[in-house]
Design a binder for this molecule. Sequence first.
Ligand code: NAD
Length: 478
Amino acid sequence: MNTPYDSLYLFIGGKWIDADGRKTATVRNPATEEIIGQVPLATADELDLALEVAQKGFEQWRNTVPAERARVLKRAADLILERTAHIAAQMTLEEGKPIGEAMDEVTRAAEYFEWFAESARRIDGRVVPANRPGVLQLVKRQPIGPVAAFTPWNFPAITPARKLSAALAAGCSVILKPGEESPSTALALARALDDAGLPKGVLQVVFGVPDEVSSQLIASPIIRKVTFTGSVPIGRLLSSRAAEGVKPITLELGGHGPVLVFDDADVERAAVEGVANRFRGTGQVCISSTRFLVQRGVYQQFVDQFVAATKALRVGNGMHPHTQVGPLANLRQLNKMEELVADAVAKGAQVLAGGEALPGPGFFFAPTVLADVPMDARVMHEEPFGPIAILMPFERLVDGLAEANRLPYGLSAYAFTSNARTAIDVADGLEAGMIGINQYRIVATELPFGGIKESGHGSEGGIEGIEHYLTHKFISQV
Ligand code: NAD
């Protein structure tokens, strides 16, 4: 496939502003290291303009009847689906993931627009019986106001889609700042919304120096809601900024997903599908299974099958249809994998597969399996946001659960067992917002997506996903 990379823009007040004559950031294809684009960075004045038009856009959009909001979102979903092949190719060029994964992500992004298009028409309220005669008590749900949304580089379609679809369905306007390293995909979503008839000013897409953009936008009294997907430290920072203005914030901050494989499980399935799950997106997936905790009786079988399946993975340029694992998204990520593995090995870990960067060009790191990793290794505490799997044995359910819940993260967790009692106990005991039993495919448009503990708060998707963009107002009338 030889798709050219799209030109990059800011999108403010319905105008597409190109990179000519302004400060830019470089976009690199992580599979080749070639520079493929220059993303324009918004000035402080342009961010002020984005805020001003977002306020006007909000006034218009909140007064647009829900059925019309739904029509726009549904049309956008259809356009995204029609353009799947093009958008997916943009994503693979800028982020590196295999083209099949990119196509799947675009399709699922479109599903969020469909889902929330339907939700737009169901934002109803309540009539609450009064305890005094002749009083009418109404509870209305209304859009919270202009939203500042920050999304990272690893899922450049689905993460913006989760935020935009719900916020727009609720009647909010949005200023979206996608990751500067994979900007084209989010712009393609904005293009679809623009083409679908979203009124000018309801959505702005800006890029810039992330810290400058977030401090200016969050401090503005125009912004009434913040939503962020990314790392825990940045989530904490944005949370404190939002707190200054007493603004609610939704945070999705990654995890270190444990998998518990019990003696009575379908071990082969847990291992083979575990490899597919762990190395999808080159491991740069917040809900990925990262720590495979396997009950002693089946540990060796699991190790053998997991290692064999890992070694069989085809690593390469994501544009090649046979590639199963693409490059890491950037050099920072590659350096981090090298550091995490070197640290674990220096402390006594065994490398059962991979363990090193692959020859360039491109930010390739071999799918890596570590065993006997000591507790003081960094990778046992830090999210290994890349192609590293940790295998470790456990004895009793209580031991497995203790290790699974050891970290401050609580995003995803998985368990494999054929015993119904064990399945219930482990699902109850795991401290995570999303749990897969005997499967790794846990995300669905209809389900709430989000974590607990330091993995964040607030859910995106499901019937819950729209709630954070709505306020409750009661009207008591005699
Ligand atoms: P980072 O925390 O610097 O950046 C993550 C995202 O946040 C990027 O899109 C970045 O543009 C944005 N960002 C950074 N500083 C910001 C600020 N002050 N205001 C607003 N946005 C800001 O991390 P990184 O180097 O890109 O990745 C490092 C680690 O972050 C990864 O190894 C992983 O653990 C985590 N991460 C998690 C997710 C997720 O899906 N939860 C996504 C990306 C990164």
